[in-house]
Design a protein around this ligand. Sequence first.
Ligand SMILES: Cc1cc2nc3c(=O)[nH]c(=O)nc-3n(C[C@H](O)[C@H](O)[C@H](O)COP(=O)(O)O)c2cc1C
Length: 184
Amino acid sequence: MNETIKAILDRRSIRNFKNIPLTDEQIQTFAQVALASPTGMDRQLWIFRLVTRLDLIQAMSDHAMNVFREAGDLVTVDRMRSRHKSIFYGAPLLILIGLPKDASSNLEAGIAVENLAIAAQSMGLASCIIGMASAAFTGDRGDELKDMLDWPGTHDFAISIAIGYPNTTKEAPERHPEKLKRID
Ligand SMILES: Cc1cc2nc3c(=O)[nH]c(=O)nc-3n(C[C@H](O)[C@H](O)[C@H](O)COP(=O)(O)O)c2cc1C
């Protein structure tokens, strides 16, 4: 099996990362991978923020948890508490992807985030795609956090991905072959 297919099949959402920073070279690779993602008519309307500041990553997580708590979403609060003290699971790199506010879909952010996930896997790293980070951009601290990320007012958060060295393993989820049909 070729290495790319192996990386796709072996990728798992990892929810506990080692406290080991990534090198500049690794981060540069993710920057290249992000910017190489295909977009419709090559418009490249997304923005990326590659965040290694652990205090900022934790502040985003703490604020997101407060937003869930204040919204009375105790199911999410309890689930996250049982997993890790951060919704980013201690990752040393968080990549946030934004799309123009009037984007008709999140498709191009999804394509970029999967590129990053497969790249991480191929580099001996692990990842977890994190949609719930959207909560960090709402509530009373949302704008302040956007400012700290130099986030433009023209774009909304679309998706994020936490990347680092895995501190745990995970089995593959059940697959559903009945969802797929070959039409020959
Ligand atoms: C769009 C999207 C959003 C996700 N958001 C979260 C999230 O906020 N927190 C989390 O722990 N996992 C999140 N995940 C990971 C999924 O739960 C995970 O991909 C799924 O359970 C399948 O497991 P696997 O990635 O190990 O194959 C997200 C995945 C996707 C594709």
